[in-house]
Design a protein around this ligand. Sequence first.
Ligand SMILES: Cc1ncc(COP(=O)(O)O)c(C=O)c1O
Length: 390
Amino acid sequence: MINLIKSTFYKEQQTKKEICDFITKSSILSMSLECKKFENNFSKKQNRRFGTMVNSGSSANLLLIQSLLNLGRINRGDMIAVSALTWPTNVMPLIQLGLKPILVDCEIETLNVSLNNFKKTFQKHSKLVAFLITNALGHCDNIKEISDYCKDNNIILLEDNCESLGSKTNSKLLGNFGLASTFSFFVGHHLSTIEGGMICTDDEDLKNSLVMSRAHGWDRHLNKKAQKDLRTLHDVNDFYSKYTFYDLSYNIRPNEINGFLGNLQLKYLDEIVDKRFNNFLEIHRSIDRNDDLIKLNFEHMDIVSSFAIPIIAKSKHLQNMYINKFVDSNVEVRPMIAGNMSLQPFFKKYVSLDFKLENTNFLHENSFYIGNNPELTECDLKVIKSVIDK
Ligand SMILES: Cc1ncc(COP(=O)(O)O)c(C=O)c1O
């Protein structure tokens, strides 16, 4: 069986031995130096000033939105645009925190929102204050133009990069086009800490707010200057500062095992991304030759780093046929992410607006994905290509 996920970690056995050794020798396993080190290493690799580690990509999205509310950069009731083709826990925090999600249609050949689609949404909903774009399955559309357009129109651009760690366009890593970006380190994603997530930003005030709201709303993990400023502002002395809580928060901390794993796996990230990109290119050559399928447009991308490869059929009948072919060849298949988000039961329950999502709906109906991981063997690739080749 060619499963979506082959193992928990890249270099599984070696990594498992190293975690056992780490746990045996460690006196602290709650969030401490390994997490801090991973935040520094990861943000450096991503070319961002700050990284805040949390316990999942979903928590990263929730915390980012909470912190923007706490800072007053967005307010309850505001309209926030989101990609219609995304993961539910990208959209759910908006609903949970009293914001109004506005779904933006994607392009079929890039799976992602283009400037053209975003402009159409903005023309209809001119009160948009932020856009939480998803870089879906390692791809993007013209995100540089979207970023420029957002700047010109005072729209805060945030990237959910949970599916695209390592992808590059315009010589820049995805995750670096807006105010902040979120990442997931769940098993099967590009880099696994079992569960885990990160928020990257260059904005120090945002970083401080993220650090506080990640754990209880206290100031323990701020630097000395930020602590002093807060304590002075609120007239808090050293004794009471231990249990003073400044804003709405969660406890979504990672632990030292996650941090340690992050540092270990980060050493392999370039190798992992290379392998995933090569797998994608090889499989896409078969897609390209098959006129039952729509080929992806990724000419504008320097690197496509994905954990799954989309198969977009030209009709429902063809989608069924290829799903069956893959299943018969023991290749695991899944729907195209959450498909058309407006059709998901939770969305219909809480959002009453109607959205025109022709392309996302086309993908919902006619596409699916198969896994892409760095452990795919020559033999696995041969099986996958033989299913696609007519
Ligand atoms: C776009 C996107 N955002 C957020 C998440 C949530 O990440 P996690 O599973 O780490 O909570 C995912 C998960 O796959 C995702 O695809």
